[in-house]
Design a protein around this ligand. Structure first.
Ligand SMILES: [Zn+2]
Ligand SMILES: [Zn+2]
Length: 270
């Protein structure tokens, strides 16, 4: 594959999510769950030009994914895409001029095609996304309790794979969450655990896969080092020597890197 699609994660986690997928002819903002000020600040840190954003796509209606959208749209008039279920679930979303997409659909934006696929989450009609051109592909999937056949197909073999790795199952079980919340987070319509993401990686990583970005890490029930170690084991990657934070791993041939996105600082993958 030839790199044509780049990922800039501006924020990832239960306090707010936003990512910019940069394509050959513009960029797409995926979710807008942080303030406009934070969005522009983090984009500035990465050197990402938000004027190149030509469209917004929402994965689902939870406020950590849509909370900043109304204000963002005060100064943005490009197309907004979401499923009908997502739009109908929040009154302020119904007041914005959405173009509706299905959960097994294909649209073309910014010189990229985007294929949607259903995810499994406790909301109306959530989606994950595969961005691709003839020469490159990026898979994006967060907020899903499991990966169904369509999701696996959508994420298979991409050069960049942004995949939820929300919690460590043992930390969740031993942690302070009340029982109902433990059941929710660990449930089939909630969030992928490190172990689930690791199992999926064995299927999803292909010969063209260069970077796996662990997404939407829980601040209570996960640690970046634990997450990276769990994912690394699944693809025989090793934590990079000298990486004191132990938040990055690489396969011995150097072809595949595992890293994680954070709630409070941005990350670019080229
Ligand atoms: Zn979320
Ligand atoms: Zn959610």
């Amino acid at each position: 594959m030839t790199p044509q699609i780049h990922l800039h994660v501006l924020a990832s986690g239960s306090k707010g999510n936003a990512a910019v997928v940069e394509g050959p002819e513009g960029s797409v903002l995926v979710d807008c769950g942080i303030s406009r000020r934070a969005l522009l600040g983090r984009a500035g840190e990465l050197g990402v030009d938000m004027d190149r954003v030509v469209a917004v796509v929402l994965t689902h209606e939870h406020s950590d994914h849509v909370g900043g959208l109304s204000v963002f749209c005060n100064r943005f008039d490009g197309p907004l895409y979401a499923t009908a279920g997502t739009v109908a679930a929040r009154r302020y979303l119904t007041e914005l001029p959405f173009t509706l997409v299905g959960h097994s659909d294909e649209i073309e934006i910014a010189g990229m095609r985007i294929r949607t696929f259903p995810t499994s989450h406790d909301v109306a009609d959530p989606i994950g996304l595969r961005f691709f051109t003839d020469d490159d592909a990026l898979g994006f999937c967060t907020d899903t309790g499991e990966l169904g056949a369509e999701a696996l197909k959508g994420l298979m073999g991409t050069r960049i794979l942004a995949l939820e790795s929300n919690h460590d199952e043992r930390m969740l079980a031993a942690g302070n969450y009340p029982a109902y919340l433990k059941a929710r987070v660990g449930g089939a319509r909630s969030h992928l655990s490190n172990a689930q993401a690791a199992t999926a990686l064995a299927q999803l990583v292909g010969p063209d896969t260069e970077t796996v970005v662990a997404m939407h890490l829980s601040q209570e029930n996960n640690r970046p080092s634990l997450c990276v170690r769990t994912l690394a084991e699944a693809v025989r990657a090793r934590v990079a020597p000298g990486d004191d934070g132990r938040t990055e791993a690489r396969t011995p041939d150097g072809r595949l890197t595992i890293c994680c996105a954070a709630q409070d600082w941005p990350l670019s993958v080229f």
